[in-house]
Ligand binder design. Structure first.
Ligand code: SF4
Length: 360
């Protein structure tokens, strides 16, 4: 795949994931007879629509694809955060039904035997089962995090640890051990659920609809690109440059590395948006905006506020603005009649932030 990130837009996680797997021709990259593990993010027992956990449609697509290409040794593995029972998360997030439907076993890694592995910062205790697979598929959610700002591929691997090691990670300041664990485990493939990841907390509650899924092999690159989409300075998320330093991957991505396999679609209306989101979008005039475009704008406005600044002028976004005059800043290529325009389809939150700061 040569450092490429594939992106699919849509509302059907299963269909989008299948398209990504086909497009990236993943079947040719999996060794024959491989023992395959799917590692979702089930940090808490909340449905995926809350913005914290991995949509089951992604796993459905993967299992069907793997079966179709002759792979039968598949398992789903996870360990919820300290204080949550993984079995409760399996049940509430729809994984028990998934397991029954496809005959794929679920493993609660909290209950697994552990093994000490070597990492760039010393020994770490991980669930033994994770070390016994040939092809590890990481299935994180791209979302905000109250301590590390964002969480995606690298941090999702913390769910391969027993609870006592998770606690030790916090004592070590999180960043170094997250980066070191990622360098030691290095999953073969990562599929990022960016359908409705949370704006600011890993446990969900403020999901922002962006209706996209990303696929790539380099977790560090995916996390760096995730920062770009969310309007976060990658160097402010200490564990990402550290992971590069420890050999987990490369942060760099160029325009040609990003392959959008289809076009974005219209957004849900933000009628059910939380008070925080309603406040952030108070100056936004939305007319038929696509979800990734609108979601990226919400992220940009939130990051600006977090950084102690804001943009108070009028903002236009959406396909309904095509060819129409607007006396303010227009976000995306559709707003071609705006007094100031940020092109892109969809523009990232990082680019939106920069444009809003320049337009102040
Ligand atoms: S620029 Fe227009 S078409 Fe492109 S994502 Fe934004 S709203 Fe959709």
């Amino acid at each position: 795949m040569d450092g490429k990130i594939y992106i699919a837009y849509g509302k059907d996680a299963k269909e989008m994931t299948l398209s990504l797997l086909e497009r990236a021709n993943i079947k040719d990259r999996i060794p024959k007879g491989a023992r395959i593990a799917l590692k979702p993010n089930l940090v808490v027992a909340k449905p995926a629509a809350e913005g914290a956990t991995t949509h089951t449609g992604i796993l459905e697509a993967l299992i069907e694809y793997l079966y179709q290409h002759g792979h039968r040794q598949i398992a789903i593995m996870e360990s919820a955060w300290v204080g949550e029972r993984t079995e409760r998360a399996f049940d509430l997030c729809g994984y028990n039904k998934l397991s029954e439907k496809y005959g794929v076993p679920l493993y609660d890694l909290k209950k697994d035997r552990t093994i000490d592995i070597d990492t760039p910062i010393g020994k770490m205790s991980v669930a033994r089962r994770v070390t016994e697979v040939d092809y590890l598929i990481n299935l994180p959610v791209l979302k905000g995090h109250c301590q590390t700002r964002m969480t995606c591929a690298l941090k999702n691997l913390k769910g391969c640890l027993p609870d006592r090691e998770k606690r030790r990670f916090h004592g070590l300041g999180l960043h170094r051990p997250i980066a070191a664990l990622a360098a030691a485990l290095k999953p073969a493939l990562t599929i990022v659920d960016s359908i409705c990841g949370d704006l600011n907390f890993e446990e969900g509650g403020t999901p922002i609809q962006t209706n996209r899924i990303l696929l790539g092999e380099d977790m560090v690159q995916l996390d760096a690109y995730g920062c770009h989409l969310m309007g976060i300075d990658v160097h402010a998320v200490e564990y990402i440059p550290l992971a590069e330093k420890y050999g987990a991957g490369k942060m760099e991505f160029r325009e040609g590395d990003i392959i959008q396999i289809n076009r974005p679609g219209l957004t849900e209306e933000y009628t059910r948006a939380s008070g925080l989101v309603r406040r952030l979008i108070r100056n936004v005039q939305q007319r038929d905006a696509c979800s990734p475009c609108f979601g990226n704008l919400v992220h940009a406005l939130y990051r600006l506020e977090q950084e102690g600044t804001s943009f108070t002028g009028p903002i236009a976004i959406g396909q309904g603005w095509q060819g129409k005059a607007f006396n303010g800043i227009g976000i995306g290529r559709c707003c071609d009649g705006a007094a100031k325009q940020l092109a892109g389809c969809p523009p990232s939150a990082e680019d939106i932030k920069r444009a809003l700061l320049a337009g102040k």
